[in-house]
Design a protein around this ligand. Structure first.
Ligand code: SF4
Length: 500
């Protein structure tokens, strides 16, 4: 596998630019290649498409962005900063925002009101209030390494620009020795997590996957291995001839992977839980019910998982809300069963989490130390990036739609503790806004290599330093907190670290 052309400086942030304008422009600058040549996306051929994707709803006049009312982005942000959080401009929001203030659960219809209101600032403000109720001023990140061990895949999902067939240009496969080298590098860099996912390789035997986990465990015994989407787990059940055993087959695969070193599931491959969407853009992949079965069984085994939603392609907003509702129902069932075993009373058949703010007395945030069942730790809304996929004709979601979707996910998913803005797909500047005012409390980590999506450009070296992440968080008035995969605080001295 030749990665010589992929090395470089990753996403570069110019220290000289300050403020929102600076962050927006910096976010559109991608440095590629060893010499760190930077591409100013505002002057590239793909400018207009990228521009529409990121800041749809605003018009570009020269270097200025304005909306239909003539507001500049800076003007809008000033308005946001000056607004009174108890007032909003859309009366349709009254009932929904009252529910948020009282810590009550929102319905999908409430979610649609939040999607359709022109007063996006009130939506962001409500999500921010819930995020601060749960996590105060803390913003989480981790020191991690992503490993996409192959892009060779038996399927061809329409939205996927990552997969290749063996022999295609750009197809690659890590060997076990190469995985071992990556694990050594992760351990030497002080990573606390390796995030391992790949395509559904048609010829690798099941032992390849257990070997991969074992060599990571050997070389990096303290590193948590977060590996395999539910789609890969079902694939592993098939290739290990356990596919016909249903839930028992999945359970036995998960147990064997755990014995080899698996720590948790990352939550990819969920897309949008809807059969119409499944048949239109990812037929061949498992449906939503099968995805949720894998996670339910993982939770029963005490394995924590995350949940994603890939949005902004052919789905509608109500379908996103139903996706969130399905996740929420499954989490209710898991946490209520756990609370019942612990003798913890809950008022009804719903779980709404409470954090440090005691005004909302419901189930406290479970932690790995207090909860021996697995559950969804984090939701990660992922914006669809059309470049080089079979759906390239689509624009993908705009920046404002991304902010709104993450905020609504925070409000709808009242029983999932964390909301992550995955900076690789959202961009670092947009992630900063989501942390500060949009409901996110987590930004993922230092990443280093990520092959599955690139916001713009060709590089797969996508790395930020811990200092970059701290700066993004501190500029937002947030307290950066390093975590491990299970959200325990990490204290660190260079590559040496411990949890507390
Ligand atoms: S999304 Fe996953 S399963 Fe679908 S083609 Fe891409 S790598 Fe394969």
């Amino acid at each position: 596998m030749d990665r010589a052309n992929s090395t470089g400086n990753g996403i570069g942030l110019s220290a000289s630019s300050r403020g929102l304008w600076g962050m927006l422009i910096m976010g559109l600058r991608v440095k590629i290649g060893r010499v760190g040549r930077s591409i100013q996306c505002f002057t590239e051929n793909r400018t207009d498409r990228l521009f529409r994707r990121i800041w749809g709803g605003m018009t570009r006049t020269g270097q200025r962005l304005i909306n239909a009312s003539g507001d500049t982005m800076g003007g809008l942000m000033t308005k946001f900063a000056a607004r009174d959080n108890n007032k909003h401009s859309d009366l349709a929001l009254d009932a929904v925002l009252a529910k948020v203030r009282e810590g009550l659960r929102l319905s999908c219809e409430d979610g649609l009101v939040l999607y359709e209101t022109p007063d996006i600032w009130s939506v962001l403000g409500a999500a921010n209030s819930v995020r601060r109720r749960l996590h105060g001023n803390v913003a989480w990140y981790n020191v991690n390494r992503h490993l996409n061990y192959t892009n060779v895949c038996a399927l061809s999902c329409h939205f996927c620009a990552f997969h290749r067939k063996r022999g295609d240009d750009g197809a690659y496969e890590y060997t076990i020795d190469e995985v071992r080298e990556e694990a050594k590098k992760a351990a030497a860099a002080g990573a606390t997590e390796m995030h391992v996912v790949g395509g559904l390789h048609p010829w690798h035997p099941f032992e390849f996957y257990t070997d991969m986990l074992r060599v990571i465990r050997e070389e990096a015994p303290r590193v948590h291995i977060k590996a395999f989407t539910a789609v890969e787990i079902v694939h592993l059940a098939k290739i290990s001839k356990r596919g016909r055993d249903g839930a028992d087959g999945i359970r036995s695969v998960l147990e064997e992977l755990r014995a080899a070193g698996l720590g948790s599931l990352p939550g990819g491959g969920a897309e949008v839980f809807d059969d119409r969407i499944h048949d239109e853009v990812f037929k061949g992949k498992i449906r939503g019910d099968a995805w949720m079965d894998v996670h339910r069984i993982a939770h029963e085994l005490g394995i924590h998982t995350n949940a994603t939603m890939l949005y902004g392609h052919v789905e509608g907003r109500m379908e996103r809300l139903r996706h969130m509702e399905l996740l929420r129902s499954q989490q209710d069932a898991t946490l209520l069963a756990w609370a019942g075993q612990q003798g913890i009373a809950t008022e009804n058949s719903q779980v709404v989490l409470s954090g440090p703010d005691e005004r909302y007395p419901n189930l406290r945030l479970p932690t790995v130390d207090t909860c021996d069942t697995g559950y969804y730790q984090t939701c990660i809304p992922l914006p669809f990036i059309p470049d080089d996929s079979k759906l390239e004709r689509l624009y993908g979601p705009t920046g404002l739609e991304n902010m709104r979707t993450l905020a609504i996910a925070r409000l709808m998913l009242d029983n999932i503790p964390h909301m992550k803005t995955f900076w690789i797909m959202q961009t670092l500047p947009a992630s900063q806004l989501m942390l500060e005012m949009g409901g996110a409390d987590d930004i993922d980590g230092t990443v280093v290599w990520y092959d599955i999506t690139k916001v713009e450009g060709e590089g797969t070296h996508q790395e930020v330093t811990v200092q970059d992440l701290h700066r993004v968080m501190r500029e937002s008035g947030l307290e950066p907190a390093e975590r491990d995969t299970l959200y325990r605080r990490v204290t660190r001295n260079d590559a040496e670290w411990s949890t507390c």
